[in-house]
Design a binder for this molecule. Structure first.
Ligand SMILES: *Cc1c(COP(=O)(O)O)cnc(C)c1O
Length: 397
């Protein structure tokens, strides 16, 4: 099974040689990304380095590792792996890992914040962007917001210095044309950041679509086992990367070596996991479309979805999240309670399927019966059967 049979596969990688000369497909690239040259009697993936400081005699100017808040070889290996996935064509990309997705998001937004600057954000993105907006306003940033759908942020770009995009958006699963928005922002001298959490670099490569910052929570599909919090920022521009790195050092938002190592270890199965998740998500979404008791089924991979025409142009995989709406809160709770293979939990992107009624948090503008379902790596037929059985149980419950 070739994972790169979908649209827009690795043309950039095919045209250029890179560290793994023959690794022209994601499936091959992920298993070795960021690993050192093989050495006799050394492990393929070196173990986590636990060090607050490194042996450091004499002149410190060129020391790659001096103090544990600044750099760690386990982070370096993971950062090189992610950089390779963000730009397999060989363009020099620098990735900085953080303690969580919010650590990464804050590093970009807060390091760019200055009194009088204008930031354009989505109004339907990750729910912590709402308190973040208040924080930015408090620093004197003018924050403008518009929905992700319909490229509505385009109309707000005059005078902006930063455009923040989240596509697909969480939890609404709307998509915008990243290339179009990035070009318009760059014409006005604005930087562009894309929250790529939902897609992962195998689903979408924001830097190749024009973004200056590709930002993500690695807590979700990237690491995929629900046991690690992690954040990432990748940039092509060395100055932008340096600002992000300095921010990490100043606020100390650093991942532990064990987390970084677990994340790197998990990358080897990223292709397998996201491939199976995408298959399962499509199967579940298609089954939901057949139901009279379910409305507003959203998944960017569905041919009839409003996001699909744009998604097929810029995404290579459509992610593991399916959203839909049941009649009301009680109906949704009965459905969630009747599921057997799908656990009730927040977050998404893990190997085990999970779902939740998003309205229980109160932060997103969604109906009470709105359900966000994250499809894991279980057999798609088993999942569809479980979802349909739970819907039947909820209908009569
Ligand atoms: C979860 C999430 C975040 C925050 O990431 P953490 O690792 O939980 O801090 C940011 N953006 C999106 C789209 C997310 O889903």
């Amino acid at each position: 099974m070739s994972s790169d049979s979908d649209a827009g596969s690795d043309t950039a990688a095919d045209a250029t040689s890179h560290a793994f000369g023959h690794a022209t497909s994601d499936a091959t690239r992920v298993v070795r990304a960021g690993l050192p040259e093989e050495q006799p009697y050394e492990p393929p993936l070196p173990g986590p380095v636990f060090a607050a400081h490194y042996h450091l005699p004499g002149d410190v100017a060129d020391a790659p590792y001096a103090y544990g808040r600044d750099a760690n070889p386990t982070w370096t290996a993971l950062e090189e792996a992610i950089a390779e996935l963000e730009s397999p064509g060989g363009d020099r990309v620098q990735t900085t890992v953080f303690a969580s997705g919010m650590g990464a998001i804050s590093a970009v937004l807060l390091s760019q914040a200055r009194h009088g600057r204008v930031f354009v954000l989505p109004d339907d993105g990750y729910n912590l962007l709402v308190p973040m907006r208040e924080r930015l306003s408090g620093l004197g940033v003018e924050v403008r917001t518009a929905p992700t759908a319909g490229d509505a942020q385009l109309a707000l770009l005059d005078g902006a210095s930063l455009l923040w995009i989240e596509s697909p958006s969480n939890p609404g699963l709307d998509v915008c044309d990243i290339r179009r928005l990035a070009d318009a922002a760059h014409e006005r001298g604005a930087l562009v950041a894309v929250d790529n959490t939902l897609a992962t670099p195998l689903g979408q490569r924001p830097l190749e679509l024009g973004a200056d910052f590709s930002v993500a929570s690695g807590t979700k599909a990237l690491t995929g086992h629900g046991d690690v919090l992690l954040g990432l920022v990748s940039c092509r521009d060395a100055e932008a990367a340096a600002a992000v790195r300095q921010w990490r050092k100043l606020v100390g938002a650093i991942p532990g070596p064990m987390e970084a190592w677990l994340a790197h270890r998990s990358l080897a199965t990223l292709d397998l996991r996201t491939q199976r998740q995408a298959e399962g998500a499509t199967a579940v979404a298609e089954a939901l479309l057949e139901r009279g008791d379910v409305v507003d089924v959203r998944h960017p991979g569905l041919p009839g979805d409003a996001a699909h025409p744009t998604a097929v142009r810029q995404m290579r995989r459509f992610g593991c999240v399916v959203s839909f709406t049941l009649a009301d809160r009680e109906h949704a709770e009965r459905f969630l309670g009747a599921l057997r293979l799908v656990g009730q939990a927040t977050s998404f992107g893990g190997v085990r399927s999970t779902a939740e009624r998003r309205g229980r948090w109160g932060g997103d503008a969604v109906p009470e019966g709105f359900v966000r379902l994250s499809v894991g790596v279980e057999d798609p037929d088993d999942l569809v059967a479980d979802v349909l059985r739970a819907l039947d149980a909820a209908a009569t419950g």
